[in-house]
Write a protein that binds this ligand. Structure first.
Ligand SMILES: *Cc1c(COP(=O)(O)O)cnc(C)c1O
Length: 390
């Protein structure tokens, strides 16, 4: 039978018969009982189907994992409590003292901290470099290089990295971990381009409503997924709540329609900002002059809905812009129905050294917008009003 379309699979997935409920029940239980010891032994030996304890497995979590593995075209997924639990557990599962991790220059703030501060505490060597230039990566690889970690698009400057080319350079023995939070599987499926693991903050577009934290690692290899699950999820303990798994499953049903609308809104706003005299520069891969535009057109099925821009007039202008907005909310995070604006220089990246700011391509003129699902004209009017007050 022909493989069904993404949107159909996002709604239906694998059918389970839970009293023929249209939506799955939320199994809010910590443990599962056995009718007798023999049955328990079978389950503990992985010989009989069944559940033991929610930190190891749970039917609602399993449905979410299966749905994510299907949408990302992976073999198996492992759900986590947050995106950071997925990322830190995955990296810890791959690296031991003496190994080296190479990462892109720009990472999500907490991932940057894991790479720069936490892993080196365990004598894991880490290095960040500019992976928009694959030649640099080629030069950086050493016999100790065990894994490569990147985000594409990488916010706040929305760098686009060539997943296929990077995997070709690092070869089959170095694990490629791609954070696909910003693109979502609707717009990009890194496992089909050579990634070994895809990690997500499901808190963002997958949940889509800004009401739940969650994470997931989708693995290309079933055996590795089992290793990650039974050594690093269950033992480190960053387990997703079944209630949140249910919210994620609900979010996935509308992922496509939301992403299409988010993307159309983002393009309109990017074009408006680009034409505005008080705006110096707009970073959005959907604009033809973005350095990653061509690659994004090949690698992705859309351009995302996250954008940033630099204002003329530096910090003064940025502060005026943020205080002049009415509809758009000042908040971190992304992927919610509400449009959110953040000013990295004073908020998420306020403790960065000048050297780190430069590495990230960040300065005091840059603000980031996660474009939501409100009417685009209303959003533009809000920005226009605030820009006028600068
Ligand atoms: C938010 C985010 C994370 C962290 O996810 P949490 O769910 O907040 O732990 C990781 N990567 C990216 C790209 C993110 O946007």
């Amino acid at each position: 039978m022909k493989k069904k379309d993404f949107q159909t699979r996002a709604i239906h997935g694998k059918e389970e018969n839970f009293a023929r409920a249209l939506n799955p029940p939320i199994f809010m239980t910590s443990t599962f009982s056995f009718p007798d010891l023999k049955q328990a032994e079978g389950v503990f030996d992985f010989k009989a189907p069944g559940y033991v304890y929610t930190r190891g497995n749970n039917p609602t979590l399993k449905l979410f994992e299966e749905r994510m593995a299907d949408l990302e075209e992976g073999a198996e997924a492992v759900a986590f409590a947050t995106g950071m639990a997925a990322i830190s557990s995955t990296l810890l599962s791959l690296l031991i003292p003496g190994d080296e991790l190479l990462a892109h220059r720009v990472l999500y703030g907490s991932s940057h901290k894991v790479v720069r501060e936490l892993l080196p505490r365990y004598e894991i060597k880490t290095r960040q470099l500019d992976m928009t230039r694959p030649e640099e990566l080629k030069k950086a690889i050493s016999p100790d290089t065990r894994a490569v970690f990147l985000e594409t698009p990488a916010n706040p400057t929305l760098d686009i990295l060539d997943i296929k080319k990077i995997k070709e350079i690092i070869g089959p023995d170095v694990f490629l971990v791609v954070d696909n939070t910003v693109a979502t599987p609707y717009w990009q499926r890194p496992l089909t381009k050579g990634a070994d693991v895809v990690v997500h903050s499901a808190t963002k577009y997958i949940s889509g409503h800004g009401d739940a934290l969650g994470g997931v690692a989708v693995c290309g290899d079933r055996e590795y997924a089992g290793y990650l699950k039974f050594n690093f999820l269950t033992e480190l303990g960053g387990v997703l709540s079944p209630f949140n798994a249910w919210l994620m499953l609900r979010g996935l049903k509308t992922l496509k329609v939301r992403m299409v609308e988010h993307g159309a809104n983002a393009l309109e706003i990017a074009q408006f900002l680009k034409a505005h005299p008080k705006v110096e520069k707009v970073f959005f891969p959907g604009l033809a002059d973005h350095p990653g535009h061509e690659l994004a057109s090949e690698q992705m099925d859309g351009f995302g809905a996250l954008l940033s821009f630099e204002l003329k007039g530096g910090q003064e202008a940025a502060r005026h812009l943020l205080s002049g907005l009415e509809l758009i909310k000042i908040a971190v995070s992304l992927g919610d129905t509400e449009t959110l604006i953040e000013y990295p220089f004073a908020m998420t990246h306020r403790d960065y050294s000048p050297e780190e700011l430069e590495m990230f391509g960040l300065n005091e003129s840059l603000v980031r917008i996660s474009v939501g699902l409100e009417n685009a004209e209303d959003l533009i009017a809000d920005l226009e009003g605030a820009l006028e007050k600068i």
